[in-house]
Ligand binder design. Structure first.
Ligand SMILES: *Cc1c(COP(=O)(O)O)cnc(C)c1O
Length: 414
């Protein structure tokens, strides 16, 4: 049961969010139309839903799915595979596929997401990292949470092969990038060095706006299927989309030189990937409405939230500064308590592979670790921000946020 005080806040927040909800629903409808149009043009039918085995040459389902992704994302070509074990794997496949010893990589959004630091060999050349392979790395710090457009010409040189741009906030309070911001960044990069490849980490960004980075000047992008584009239904996987020559290079890293995208069995039921992609615009809207609700509730309770309740969104993440480890743990236990799976479990901080600080995660999800499902996580470091995302239904997001608010208020683990 929720307290009277909290129920009053809920009512107020639902009332004051109506205009934003209508705006989010409009985007979902436009993106649903975009997906439907592409499905018609691609002539998707149930013959494409079969699983295949072995080498899986001429897998019509796999090829159709990749055509569909490419069409919806306005890209020349796409790789959509359950063989990608995560978003990081898809992102790393792009970098290792394109970069060669002696090449230079620059991040234009400051410090990259935790797992990408390990891929790059950020602080020390981690085993198998880009740095170990002789790729140099540099970064342009963000200024007041925004990309320093004027500074791009200082870090992008004639030698810069790839400019990495992270759309979502990651574990930080910086702002996510809007599609307009991505367009301005890619224009400036290409003005300074027309050959520099703009590579977008699009995790958590798909279907948040009516265009994707590949429709705003990006050369290539990648993301996870257990986030936005899998629609909560894809069981695992990742995607890469962009210029045909670059996706081809990435495909040689995914499989082997010469093989590329022509092999790879559709082990999972392909229907799940098609249906998930069809549902994704709607599911993303559910998640964003949940995030807006969370921002409304927690800002009324006196916490700093990013984005603010009424800010335009560039990803599905809601960051809330909780201020103490106890509150971070309590928040996660509240979300866990209102999860459909493992609701009896108590989340605890742990040393996750690829991360530098301990991480706590609330994830009572049908697909393990799927953060398009309602989930919350954060590194155990000051100022103890929690990052809330997902929600397959808005109703679930509301209940989870209420549970988290109650737990944080009492500072107790439910
Ligand atoms: C989730 C995420 C990734 C990839 O994480 P995985 O857990 O490997 O899928 C990369 N970058 C950002 C910004 C992310 O949010």
């Amino acid at each position: 049961m929720f307290s009277k005080e909290l129920l009053a806040i809920k009512k107020e927040v639902l009332e004051s969010s109506k205009m934003q909800f209508a705006y989010i629903e409009e985007i979902a409808e436009r993106n649903t139309l975009k997906v439907l149009d592409a499905m018609r043009e691609c002539r998707v039918s149930d013959a494409h839903f079969n699983t295949t085995s072995g080498y899986a040459y001429d897998d019509i389902g796999r090829t159709k799915l990749e055509d569909l992704y490419a069409k919806v994302f306005g890209a020349e070509r796409a790789l959509v595979r359950t063989q990608f074990v995560s978003g990081t794997h898809a992102l790393a496949t792009v970098l290792f596929g394109i970069l060669r010893p002696g090449d230079a990589l620059v991040s234009l959004t400051g410090k990259p997401y935790d797992t990408m630091q390990t891929v790059i060999g950020y602080e020390h050349p981690s085993k198998g990292s880009l740095k170990e392979f002789g790729v140099s790395y540099n970064e342009l710090p963000m200024v007041n949470g925004k990309v320093d457009i004027a500074g791009i010409q200082r870090v992008v040189t004639k030698r810069t092969k790839v400019a990495a741009i992270q759309r979502s906030r990651g574990y930080s309070m910086r702002s996510p990038l809007s599609i307009d911001a991505i367009r301005a960044i890619t224009e400036e990069v290409h003005r300074v060095n027309p050959k520099c490849i703009c590579f977008i980490d699009n995790c958590y960004g798909e279907f948040v706006d009516v265009a994707e980075p590949t429709q705003a000047g990006a050369d290539i992008m990648a993301g996870s299927l257990i986030k936005n584009p899998g629609g909560g239904i894809a069981p695992t996987g990742g995607y890469i989309a962009g210029r045909a020559d670059l996706v081809e290079l990435a495909s040689y890293r995914l499989t082997a030189p010469g093989m590329g995208d022509e092999l790879g069995a559709s082990l999972a039921n392909n229907r799940l990937l098609f249906q998930g992609f069809f549902l994704a615009p709607h599911i993303v809207a559910q998640a964003i409405k949940g995030a807006i609700f969370a921002a409304g509730v927690f800002s009324r309770l006196g916490y700093k939230t990013r984005p603010l309740p009424n800010e335009v969104r560039g990803d599905i993440i809601q960051a809330i500064e909780l201020g103490s480890a106890e509150k971070l743990i309590a928040f996660c236990s509240g979300i866990q308590h209102y999860s459909p799976v493992d609701s009896f479990a108590a989340p605890e901080p742990w040393d996750m592979p690829g991360y530098t600080d301990q991480i706590i995660m609330a994830a009572g999800t049908f697909v393990q670790g799927a953060s398009i499902e309602l989930s919350a996580d954060g590194p155990l470091r000051a100022p103890y921000n929690v990052y809330l995302q997902g929600g397959l239904t808005f109703e679930h997001a509301v209940l989870g946020v209420m549970g988290a608010a109650e737990a944080v208020k009492g500072n107790v683990c439910v």
